[in-house]
Ligand binder design. Structure first.
Ligand code: ACO
Length: 324
């Protein structure tokens, strides 16, 4: 059986650190105490003028390609998960493709907001399993700061910018849970929940980019329920239980969502990778940023069972189980 193995990781954050106190100083009626207590966020990175999603994506991609010890020319496919593309078209993935010097294969974007990386993982895994690609570069990259209404304190304190990248490659497996690589992905969506989290603009509606709008309490409630369901579905399909999983790498939206999910499923909080304090919510970049951190610092080791999960606008949600 063909398995998609992770052969390289990379990440990139803009150098501009913005603390909670910095946001309060800019005239937003908020405080470090309120933000930390409700979200766990201390600081986030924000792009400077002229810095775009593709810039962040290319930097993360270069590091992942180096980690995988391959050239961009060996890639068959580039998938960029983003909700903040450089332009309405072409896809940011094709801009990344050109800047990496890859002139063959295909490149396209996946739009599933904060679940984008999990959706992209599923796309990449299925291309590999179907034999349509051998080596795939998957990137989650966002400049969420460009979508924020900086006069809306209920949303502008939550998000940050960044990118994470992963190189996946086809390798033979036995078809058991002991195989290295992606064991499964589970995707879900429910378009009826649009109004709880959306951007109030777009080319075919307002001809503007628009701003992020959210009903925070409702999102919170759905997040814990949906994420728990996705984790359980992924473990069940693999014939495992939640207790068999070594590391949980969740979408980094809010520390209280991470804690609530761990509590509901009886997960030891020490097994949950959290970077929300220093990254904020970087949407589709948050899972690969957190994953790379935990691999770099030696927590995630070869052979470990790693569960990636996310939920975001749409609503979309999902999980992916990977044997490291
Ligand atoms: N600073 C200070 N006060 C604030 C701020 C702020 N930044 N934002 C809101 N408040 C005030 C409100 O105005 C309200 O004041 P009031 O009581 O006088 O009306 C009070 O704080 C409480 O507001 P709530 O909305 O009830 O606060 P809550 O405890 O629900 O926390 C939060 C809000 C942090 C947004 C929370 O609901 C949440 O995290 N929701 C999840 C949203 C999320 O993570 N979305 C990301 C995208 S989806 C995803 O990634 C899963």
């Amino acid at each position: 059986m063909i398995r998609s193995q992770v052969i390289g990781l990379g990440s990139y954050l803009p150098d501009n650190v913005v603390t909670n106190a910095d946001i309060a100083k800019r005239g937003v009626d908020t405080s470090d105490e309120w933000i930390q207590e409700r979200t766990g966020i201390r600081e986030r990175r924000i792009v400077r003028d002229g810095e775009t999603t593709s810039h962040l994506a290319v930097e993360a991609a270069r590091e992942a390609l180096k980690d995988a010890a391959i050239d961009a020319g060996e890639l068959d496919l580039i998938v960029v998960a983003t909700t903040t593309p450089d332009e309405t078209f072409p896809a940011t993935a094709t801009t990344v493709q050109a800047r990496l010097g890859m002139h063959r294969g295909a490149a396209f974007d996946v739009q599933a907001v904060c679940s984008g990386f999990i959706y992209g993982l599923s796309v990449a895994d299925n291309f590999i399993k179907a034999g349509q690609a051998r080596t795939v570069l998957l990137i989650g990259a966002e400049t969420m700061s460009r979508l924020l209404d900086w006069t809306d304190r209920t949303t502008c304190v939550l998000f940050g910018d960044g990118a994470g990248a992963m190189v996946l490659q086809a390798h033979d497996g036995e078809g058991t849970n002991a195989d290295r690589g992606v064991l499964n992905t589970k995707l879900f969506s429910d378009g009826r929940l649009h109004d709880l989290l959306y951007v109030d603009g777009g080319p075919s509606s307002t001809r503007t980019t628009g701003h992020l709008r959210m009903q925070g309490k409702e999102v919170f409630r759905h997040a814990v329920t949906n994420i728990c369901a996705a984790i359980e579905a992924s473990a069940f399909e693999a014939g495992l239980t939640v207790a068999d999983i070594d590391w949980f790498v969740p979408h980094q939206a809010n520390q209280r969502i991470l804690d609530g999910t761990a509590r509901k499923l009886g997960i030891d909080p020490k097994k949950v990778i959290s970077t929300v304090a220093v990254h904020g919510n970087t949407s589709s970049a948050s899972v690969p940023l957190a994953l790379h951190q935990a691999v770099k610092d030696g927590r995630i080791k070869p052979g470990d069972l790693v569960l990636l999960e996310a939920m975001g606008g749409g609503f979309t949600w999902g999980a992916g189980l990977v044997r490291w």
